[in-house]
Design a protein. Structure first.
Length: 103
């Protein structure tokens, strides 16, 4: 996880974390790019979902990692829609440029 994504997640207000996690999960469940998400990360999403931890910092980090791998543009759209700020999209764009995709 890049420090840019961690910094961004830390800036998400508590009352927005649940809607962000729900929207990212929906994006991941609907994507046709699921092969871009490593199996270990997909299993982690399931584990976090089963324990109602998707809106935690760890849950959001995992969701962001998966969503950015599968659907980077749609991830930016989701963040922009929910948080309604240009700054949020810019932070994710910065984080996306530093994300190293490992197979």
């Amino acid at each position: 996880m890049t420090s840019g994504i961690r910094k961004f997640i830390g800036m998400i207000p508590q009352d927005h974390r649940e809607p962000v996690s729900t929207a990212l999960l929906d994006l991941l469940l609907k994507t046709k790019q699921s092969k871009a998400v490593p199996a270990r990360e997909a299993k982690m999403v399931l584990h976090l979902m089963m324990h109602d931890l998707l809106a935690t910092e760890m849950g959001l980090e995992t969701l962001f990692n998966c969503a950015l791998r599968a659907e980077p543009t749609k991830t930016l759209d989701v963040i922009g829609d929910i948080l309604g700020g240009v700054m949020a999209a810019e932070e994710i764009a910065k984080a996306l440029t530093t994300l190293t995709v490992s197979a």
